[in-house]
Design a binder for this molecule. Structure first.
Ligand code: HEM
Length: 332
């Protein structure tokens, strides 16, 4: 008399054969690993396009603004992709017959000091956690759709952007084709700069402070264990949405700097009296702590100058404006 597990496997194989038509439309990416077990979990990524058909796509390679793969369809310095994760995929029978999944863990999804922590991976893990575990027997059980944004690198001094990528990796424990396995999957999301790769900050950002928030604070300061929501290093949160209120007219957390009358950013435009500027240039008394970014190479001179020009402001914007473009910071 066959046991319960054998009965489930036979039932799954027969059921899968009949319903496989239902998942044909999805752009499923197996993710790599043994063919006999990589149906434990797969990626559904409508933009997946590399290698090109008739080969099965494994990654995304997209030019910024190409509507065929970039969900936002705009030449704006970033590509946006939809992704969901599907368990027990029946699209690869007979290579791989799904049975059940016990756990799925996405790399860099935990805000635990991991320098590669990514809030979008965290959001995807939260969607995975909404599925049933352990012993998930549901065929083609997919998460809600999540977004992956790949921002181009730059602009550099010549306003040129360069390509960038994100790699999404996950490990799924489960059983398929009568094998208990860990399915290790990965998919690369590549965003290429369009045409001559020249992007003016005007194209990319809403104003000088938005440029500093995205290009400097989000990229080099509000990272895990530093000036993010979890750690608030030095009593300072530099997530773009919070940064202005945390800086302009605010006394430093550092007692010596506060005692000397410095402000994090002096709203009168005095960059020498602005602790932020002193921290990034390294013009610091011993009691003022370390140069920023902490433990990393100093910021590029043109970025330091961008922050100096912002603090100074101009006749139209005034000093340290929250909105608007300060002359000399638009990249024109
Ligand atoms: C360009 C990026 C960064 C900027 C603009 C920046 C800015 C600042 C500023 C203005 C302060 C002084 C806060 C106060 O006393 O009021 C500070 C302190 C601090 N920052 Fe950063 N920071 C950056 C990157 C980082 C990174 C990546 C880390 C972690 C690895 C970090 C860790 C700290 C720590 C631990 C303090 C307190 C100790 C000290 O003042 O030396 N910062 N940062």
């Amino acid at each position: 008399m066959p046991g319960l597990r054998e009965l489930i496997c036979t039932y799954v194989a027969v059921f899968a054969f009949f319903v496989s038509a239902s998942t044909v439309d999805a752009e499923l990416v197996r993710g790599g690993g043994s063919k006999k077990s990589d149906c434990i979990s797969v990626f559904d990524v409508p933009s997946a396009n590399k290698p090109a058909p008739p080969k099965a796509p494994k990654h995304v390679d997209c030019v910024d603004g190409d509507l065929a793969c970039d969900i936002d369809g705009e030449r704006n310095g970033r590509c946006v992709f939809d992704v969901s994760i599907c368990l027990n995929s029946d699209s690869f029978i007979p290579d791989c017959t799904p049975e059940f999944v016990d756990e799925v863990v996405i790399d860099h999804a935990e805000d635990n000091g991991d320098p590669k922590f990514d809030t979008e991976f965290q959001a995807l893990q939260q969607r995975v956690n909404l599925l049933e575990f352990p012993d998930n027997l549901n065929l083609n059980d997919c998460t809600l759709v999540s977004s992956i944004t790949v921002r181009l690198k730059g602009p550099n001094g010549a306003n040129k952007m360069s390509n960038n990528k994100k790699v999404l990796r996950m490990e799924s424990d489960g059983t398929a084709t009568s094998r208990s396995k860990t399915d290790r999957d990965k998919i690369k999301f590549k965003c290429r700069a369009e045409g001559d790769r020249v992007y003016l900050p005007l194209d990319l950002y809403d104003g000088t402070f938005d440029r500093i928030g995205q290009q400097v604070f989000a990229a080099s300061c509000a990272v895990s264990a530093c000036h993010d929501d979890e750690s608030n290093a030095g009593g300072l949160n530099l997530l773009p949405i919070n940064a202005y209120g945390q800086l302009v007219g605010v006394a430093p957390f550092n007692a010596a700097a506060a005692g000397d009358g410095l402000l994090r950013v002096d709203g009168s435009g005095d960059f020498d009296n602005s602790f932020l500027y002193r921290k990034i240039t390294g013009d610091l008394l011993a009691a003022y702590g370390s140069q920023m970014p902490f433990g990393l190479a100093p910021l590029d001179p043109e970025i330091i100058d961008l922050i100096r020009l912002w603090i100074l402001g101009d006749g139209l914007t005034g000093p340290a404006p929250q909105t608007g473009w300060v002359a000399g910071t638009t990249g024109e």
